[in-house]
Design a protein. Structure first.
Length: 489
């Protein structure tokens, strides 16, 4: 149990990483250790939603306090600091004034309006659902390119901070192109990109305000292009539309006329009047830089939160965990204590009369073969556990190929592990490969690799039967290697 009583949020990347880490650690634990632990936890999870059960299970299953959340927060802070520094430098450069040549407003307008609008537009494209972009020519390629060069990828500096085992086992999986993480990867990159861009805009605006307050600035407009004063006034009026209701923010015709600057003829330039551009420029920075980034950040953060929760619930190990907890909750809380005190009279050799003499053996999740199991299979294969999907598919084909009519199918599984959807799909697939009437014997062992009884409570067998009955297959037969009570459906 977690001595630090650590709380986990279903909306944080850290929870997903810690959960995956715990799942990996569980694979190195013996079945009886996991069962003892989960039997202590299961009674506390009644009448809770799936995500709440996972959080509570994780907080009780972890034996050490996790620092993942702090490490990710530190990485996020570093990314924000980098954005603040860049924002200060951009603002200092755009509004550099040495007292001799006025600041050309065309430069900050280009940087803080048109460049910002262009980048925000690219972000919107990256946010489009894949189902929509697949229907548009080149849209998917453009979206992938935007994500590839997105500043949110800077969060990979986080790899330098995390402990090596987390970096190798978790972050590399997360940043891979695996389907289960693809959507989460996209929204995590976008969310960090928006926080980075938001920091740039906040720093740029703050730097500009401080510069306006503590120094005297003079602005002008100047360009080699053939743009007259009327064109500039039209552009500024269009840009000022979102804040036109506020007084004195839109440059008037007189300001535009008197602040046109020519290097060779600066005699008519009035630096006192030229300072009046700053309210318009500040309003543009807020309207076209800060506010769009704030909206995009809120959208990305909210979708990322939902995606993290969805990813946690759809992890294969999560499905197995929830099924196992359901399985344990249906049994009495002291079922392990009962099974630990089972008399030796129950530990009798398997009666061969209950099982076929000529059979193929399929072992699920490396279930231990009982020591009293003296029959020799015609063919043997493994399914599940650490195997890949391709290896599982090969095992099924090997298990069912060239099946003689006299050969029965024997599937060995752990009694204490609940039948998952993967197990039910396996049985259905095996049935599809063989004859509809070929007997399938489901052998459930209550023992671990050392021959110790983990559990043999009848409720576990009942739970198995209830799940298998949903297949409506009358030719699946149950065997408990401890009690050897043969039950045909």
């Amino acid at each position: 149990m977690n001595k630090n009583n650590q709380q986990f949020s279903p909306y944080k990347i850290a929870t997903l990483i810690d959960l995956q880490t715990q799942y990996q650690q569980d694979r190195n634990l013996s079945d009886d250790v996991k069962l003892k632990r989960d039997m202590r936890i299961a009674p506390r999870l009644n009448n809770r939603q799936h995500i709440d059960r996972i959080q509570l299970w994780l907080s009780n299953a972890m034996t050490q306090s996790s620092h993942t959340n702090k490490l990710i927060a530190l990485s996020s802070i570093l990314l924000i600091i980098l954005g603040l520094i860049i924002g200060i430098l951009i603002s200092k450069s755009a509004y550099y004034y040495n007292g001799s040549t006025p600041i050309n407003v065309m430069i900050p307008i280009a940087i803080f309006v048109f460049v910002q609008l262009g980048l925000s537009f690219l972000t919107v494209i990256a946010m489009l659902p894949s189902a929509f972009t697949r229907k548009l020519p080149l849209a998917t390629s453009l979206q992938d390119s935007i994500l590839a060069i997105n500043p949110g990828n800077l969060i990979l500096i986080f790899k330098k901070i995390l402990p090596s085992h987390l970096t190798e086992n978790i972050l590399n999986q997360f940043m891979s192109t695996k389907l289960i993480y693809a959507n989460l990867q996209k929204w995590t990159i976008l969310r960090f990109a928006q926080s980075f861009s938001l920091a740039i805009n906040i720093a740029a605006i703050t730097t500009f305000v401080v510069t306006v307050i503590f120094s005297d600035l003079a602005f002008s407009w100047s360009t080699t292009l053939n743009l007259n004063q009327q064109t500039i006034q039209t552009v500024t009026q269009i840009l000022a539309l979102p804040f036109a209701f506020l007084p004195d923010l839109t440059p008037n015709n007189h300001l535009i006329q008197t602040t046109q600057y020519f290097r060779g003829n600066p005699s008519d330039f009035d630096p006192i009047l030229a300072r009046n551009w700053w309210p318009f420029l500040l309003a543009c920075m807020i309207t076209y830089g800060f506010l769009p980034r704030l909206v995009l950040y809120i959208i990305a953060a909210q979708i990322q939160r939902r995606t993290i929760k969805s990813t946690i619930l759809n992890l294969p190990d999560t499905t197995l965990l929830l099924t196992r907890l359901d399985h344990l909750q249906q049994s009495p809380q002291n079922s392990y204590a009962k099974s630990a005190n089972i008399s030796s009279s129950n530990d009798s050799p398997i009666n061969k009369d209950y099982l076929p003499q000529n059979y193929n053996l399929l072992i699920i999740d490396h279930a231990p073969i009982p020591s009293e199991f003296h029959l020799t299979p015609h063919r043997k294969a493994h399914f599940g556990g650490t195997q890949s999907i391709e290896e599982d598919s090969h095992a099924i084909k090997l298990f069912t190929s060239n099946l003689a009519p006299e050969n029965h199918l024997l599937i060995l599984s752990k009694l204490w592990e609940p039948p998952t959807l993967e197990t039910l799909n396996l049985l259905q697939t095996v049935r599809d490969y063989c004859s509809p009437t070929t007997p399938i014997h489901l052998l459930l062992t209550p023992k671990d690799d050392n021959g110790n009884i983990v559990t043999s409570h009848n409720n576990h067998m009942t739970h198995w039967k209830n799940k298998i009955n949903s297949l409506h297959d009358p030719h699946i037969f149950f065997h408990n290697t401890n009690l050897m009570e043969d039950n045909a459906q």
